[in-house]
Design a binder for this molecule. Sequence first.
Ligand code: GAR
Length: 228
Amino acid sequence: MLEAETLAQQPGSPVRFLILISGRGSNMQAIVQAIAARGLPAEVCAVLSNRPDAAGLEWARSRGIPAETLSHRAFDSREAFDQALAQRIDELAPDYVLLAGFMRVLGADLVRRFEGRIVNIHPSLLPAFPGLHTHAQALAQGVQWHGCTVHFVTPVLDHGPIIAQGAIPVLPGDTADALAGRLLALEHHVYTEVAAWLARRQVSIGGDGLVRVAGAERRAFTAHDLTP
Ligand code: GAR
């Protein structure tokens, strides 16, 4: 992939993020708050959920952000849903589509159409533990480090060029819920760092398929990076 293809389209104007959610949207909230608190050159043009009852929608509306539902249940097939979503993405014209707890698998056609512009957060240290129940998977394998990955989306589920990762130790007595809770705070930090890099147009994908982040000191985070 050419480096230029991954750069946001209109240098100089605020980078437009469309954030896709399916539920509570705490990662979305962290990104919205970071844009305001850090004065990032970015705007969230809309929040879109595939579930009408997603709690994050109300939160977005309360912040004046357009929030809408595109229910997958309204479509006969995955392809039809993807087509409607692609049309909406075209209309909203975001520079990046940020998946933040969006629990629908996107088809290859949609992913290719927006290649290099769809970013996801997954609650594991990819390539370990793609799919669901990542915290239980981690405990079942006895790994001693768990974490999250922010990556560009490719047609392969939970796979793609890695932008940043966050790691937490697995502690004696940890349950899946305990791990998930401890990881979430780090997810917010990692995703907001990535959002800041995207907003400042620092992120590209090299000819080797690996991510470059111009000026980033490092792209690996731990709980030590969380401000108290
Ligand atoms: C987060 O833990 C995110 O990593 C995960 O869903 C949660 C959403 O929380 N995403 C996936 O599992 C995607 N495969 P949030 O709605 O509070 O951001």
